[in-house]
Design a protein around this ligand. Sequence first.
Ligand code: EPS
Length: 394
Amino acid sequence: MLRFLTAGESHGPLLTGILEGMPAGVPLTAADIDADLARRQQGYGKGGRMAIEKDHVRFAAGVVAGQTTGAPIALLVENRDYKNWADKLIDPMTTPRPGHADLTGAVKYGYRELRLSLERASARETTMRVAVGAVCKRLLAEFGIRVQGYVTAIGDVSADLPPVDAAQYPARFDAAEANDVRCPDPAAAERMHDAIRAIIQAKDTLGGIIEVAALGVPPGLGSHVHYDRKLDGQLMGAVGSIPAVKGVEIGHAFEQASWPGTKVHDELFAENGELRRRSNRAGGLEGGITTGEPVIVRAAVKPIATTLNPLQSVDLASGEPKATDYERSDFCPVPRGVPIVEAMVAIVLANALIEKLGGDSLDEMRPRFAALRRNRLEDLPMDNRPWQFNYEYS
Ligand code: EPS
């Protein structure tokens, strides 16, 4: 089983992560990870902090001569901004921002200074998730699995993205990376850019929707047999843990909740002994198990809680009503959030793959992957005769 921990505060010296359970023999360089860290730093609507940071990962353990060893991988990313805070006299923060962890963190941990909540709740922490996710993407790539995403909505602007076959997603990924809002529909991308510009001028914030597609995922990852082994539940939990994400769906689940069943489910047919689906409205998961179709995870991102135009709150020091103070932040984190959702999806899928294939090394996993049961009639021999339960229970 793959496990990971992160530690690090937004303005502390370092962000650190430990990833345990990665098989040996996976080729891995800092450049593989830095590419995704750079993507997390780019996107229209970002805040001023990204002009200070240039996130770069260093391996302190578990990677030798460009390959994983099977030992826990220790990852470090320096906070360049730390030097600006290390000796600074910091003004007290006593007015919680509605929607942020300022107040809930103080109630939970008894903080006498709200910045202690902010420091760990900040989306700065997602840097390390992206780093861990990039390691997992590297493993998945060895099996032809690709996890990538894009923006489908910002504020009230929605992209026009009709259902596509697996083969058409790479073009969609490329189209998204070609603009600064990471939306594959160029006309919508322009309107999204305008919407973000307007929200910056209005001193407010905007949320949106991020969609991630995992391609090449074999059927049979996850399980229907127990709640905590259902892969859809694992994906929703992992993606729902991202700061500002308030909703997660597999495929277009919320929209389909109002459709009749015969319009929702993906009809099956057999072609040359292969079982195929006419559509992928299930988002690549049935019964908590992957179907072999692209796994589609969608995240609703709320508008960030730090708004230049203040919200009404209470000064906890005086008990008096007070408007919130502004903290440097993003105006719209949605374009930058794409690699974060990708990372959480990649971590869950890498874990499911390791669970399915076992193996301490990539070499051991490869033949097991090749031997997996697939959506083929020859892989599914049926007894095709009447039978009885015959439980020995009285
Ligand atoms: C972020 C770093 C933070 C915030 C932002 C994301 O840096 P700073 O507080 O120094 O500006 O810009 O955090 C939040 C969105 C938040 O709500 O806390 C980053 O690296 O992504």
